[in-house]
Design a protein around this ligand. Structure first.
Ligand code: ZN
Length: 652
């Protein structure tokens, strides 16, 4: 690999050692083959001046929760160096005591918790210390001849056998380096874990890392592959797998179908059942991926997942101690022999992390196979990291899950008005939203949580394509918000144009039937599934001049009621909302509002609040009701109709 150091970029960082520390940390973070998602850590030793003007020798070490790729100066916690050195001399130190002693030694009370490797950084007698989990080096470690290979390539480096990270590792390095002359070593390899480099100069330490990793890369033969990117499981299989994995996890999971080159190469490997079932690339990945993926035989999905769950429980029972509480036993990724990989997670961000780790893991395993075979660390070592409270703390941010976390919500007509408000509200509450609309959404759409698919819902082929895309990306559906509709200009029945009538019924009613028809089999496998139909005040109280619209909405309402009757036995709830007087949509221009207000001899403001409660009702209020209907409050309610209109005499 090549050094990314650019002097002109380095010059843009402050010239203090901490400034350069930020720069080279980001360079390391920019290479996914060196560190992934919070992996790796760096430090710099420098003076710290406190408020009283006293100067302390400090170790500025990466704080937990920061990522090297995006770290800033504030991401480095200044810890009293002498305290860390004294801690390094202890015979024993519990994780709890280590964390609290490190916090107590912070020179900046608001700084994040120092990295769990802070003590190790402290005892390395150089200004700059860089640590990565470089794929190439770990691949060599995890190959059959790992130890010999590492010794042969790195005669000039310290090689430390695998030890649990944290204080145990610091102690091991302390003992092995007591009295040595550090200048004879150009770096340090931690078997099955990663690489440390060090120097008094930022660039030198960074480039030593690049040089060490390059040596490992040269040992890995190029794989010659002619893999055809073909073979896929059906949408029906994916929704079934999603349901089973969600049940195993005890919560709704999003499923992404990954079918890249390496996914196929891996899933088509002739010894898949051996190479896939040994363990992760580095132990810290286990909290994201579990020790192995589930191998799924699509003809026996239930049995495959059940076997994984049973195996996980056995692994837990074998290695646990009295203080451990079992995590959920569900897999985090699956390999479908010959057909690619499935990734599981609670949201798109989690899936992205699992996906990155899996792609590096499968690549490394395939590479290790060219070196004679993949040999991961023992399950006991993996277990110790999986159930290490300091690793679990990395997942802390995802605790206290949002209401719709892991759920997939389909909203039609979601680019504007009520549909847009629904899409945003569900996304805010943690859902993955799929937005269907004939027009593009506004720019401010939440890109990650709202996935827009341009789709004409009057074409059943377009619906089928959109649903296929939804299943490949997210694994299924839990909530369907039928919102898309059109509101033609007011016209009396005797002047009704056939094409206006037909088009209104086509979009507002027939398309909804077509959508339901295709969505229902997917929803049946959803998590607490439900349908929310956006109706209209015109259902209970039609208006003159709105025959096509009112008839279509009344039909839609009837469709929803029948769906409620038909789907109750499957646990799919169907509820209807009847909004009225929602003026913050595109239909209502300022001129139109003015014109309507004048017709009633009201001011625009009075007209906006022309309801029993004299309150302005907005799209967002309808969205709140849609979320409520899809949520726990309506868990025991189906076939209901609720007005969101501030109260209307004719409706009440
Ligand atoms: Zn590490």
């Amino acid at each position: 690999m090549r050094s990314l150091w650019l002097q002109k970029d380095a010059d843009t960082y402050s010239e203090t050692p901490l400034g350069l520390r930020v720069y080279t940390s980001r360079l390391l973070g920019a290479s996914s083959e060196l560190v992934l998602h919070g992996g790796g850590n760096t430090s710099v030793k420098d003076e710290f001046q406190d408020l009283l003007g006293d100067t302390h020798q400090a170790l500025f070490v990466k704080g937990s929760g920061w990522d090297l790729a995006t770290i800033e100066e504030a991401g480095f916690s200044p810890v009293k160096h002498e305290v860390l050195l004294a801690m390094a001399q202890l015979a024993e130190l519990s994780d709890k005591d280590m964390v609290s002693a490190q916090r107590a030694a912070l020179l900046e009370p608001s700084a994040p918790n120092p990295s769990v490797e802070a003590i190790l950084h402290a005892i390395i007698p150089y200004k700059f210390v860089d640590h990565t989990h470089a794929d190439a080096v770990v691949t060599l470690c995890n190959s059959v001849e790992g130890e010999q290979l590492i010794q042969a390539i790195y005669p000039d480096l310290l090689v430390i056998p695998y030890v649990m990270p944290g204080f145990e590792l610091a102690k091991e390095v302390r003992d092995r380096t007591a009295g040595i002359d550090w200048t004879q070593y150009g770096g340090m390899i931690l078997m099955n874990h990663g690489v440390f480099t060090f120097a008094d100069d930022a660039r030198e330490s960074y480039e030593a890392m690049i040089e060490i990793v390059t040596r490992a890369e040269k040992q890995i033969p190029k794989r010659k592959t002619t893999i055809e990117l073909v073979g896929r499981i059906s949408s029906d299989d994916i929704t079934k797998i999603r349901q089973l994995v969600s049940q195993a996890a005890g919560k709704s999971q999003i499923v992404k179908y990954s079918r890249g080159e390496v996914d196929y190469e891996f899933s088509k490997h002739r010894e898949l059942s051996r190479i896939s079932q040994q363990g992760p690339l580095t132990p810290d990945h286990v909290i994201r991926t579990k020790i192995t993926p589930v191998l799924i035989d699509v003809n026996e999905c239930e049995a495959s997942i059940e076997q994984f769950v049973v195996g996980y429980k056995e692994y837990f029972e074998l290695h646990k101690n009295a203080s451990h509480i079992m995590l959920d036993a569900a897999p985090k990724w699956a390999v479908i022999p010959n057909n690619g990989i499935l990734l599981f997670g609670s949201n798109a961000r989690d899936i992205g992390i699992v996906g990155d780790i899996v792609s590096h893991t499968t690549e490394a395993i395939l590479n290790a196979e060219t070196l004679g075979g993949w040999v991961a660390l023992s399950p006991k070592h993996i277990f110790d990291v999986e159930y290490w409270e300091l690793e679990q703390a990395k997942l802390g941010q995802t605790k206290g899950a949002k209401e719709f976390e892991g759920r997939v919500v389909l909203v039609t007509g979601a680019s504007r008005g009520i549909g847009r408000a629904c899409a945003h509200e569900f996304a805010t509450r943690g859902a993955q939203v799929v937005s269907l609309d004939v027009v593009e959404p506004d720019q401010d759409s939440n890109a990650r949580a709202i996935h827009h698919i341009t789709c004409d819902i009057t074409q059943s082929g377009s619906i089928a394509e959109a649903l296929d895309e939804t299943i490949n990306e997210y694994g299924g559906l839990d909530v369907f918000v039928n919102n898309a509709g059109i509101f033609p200009a007011s016209i009396a029945i005797e002047r009704m144009e056939q094409k206006v009538w037909d088009r209104t019924l086509e979009v507002n009613l027939t398309a909804a039937m077509s959508l339901m028809k295709q969505v229902i089999p997917i929803l049946r496998r959803g998590w607490h599934p439900s349908i929310v139909v956006i109706g209209s005040k015109n259902v209970p109280a039609p208006g003159p001049g709105a025959a096509a619209y009112s008839v279509a909405k009344a039909g839609l309402n009837q469709l929803g009621r029948i769906a409620a009757l038909e789907l109750a036995k499957d646990g799919v709830r169907v509820n209807m909302i009847h909004p009225n007087g929602i003026f913050d949509t595109e239909l209502w221009t300022e001129e139109l509002l003015k014109e309507r207000a004048e017709a009633y001899e009201l001011s625009v403001d009075e007209y906006r609040r022309r309801n029993l409660l004299s309150k302005e009702v907005r799209s967002h209020d309808v969205a709140l009701m849609a979320c409520t209907m899809a949520g726990e409050t309506f868990e025991n309610t189906t076939g209901s109709q609720v007005a969101v209109d501030g109260g209307t005499v004719g409706v009440i």
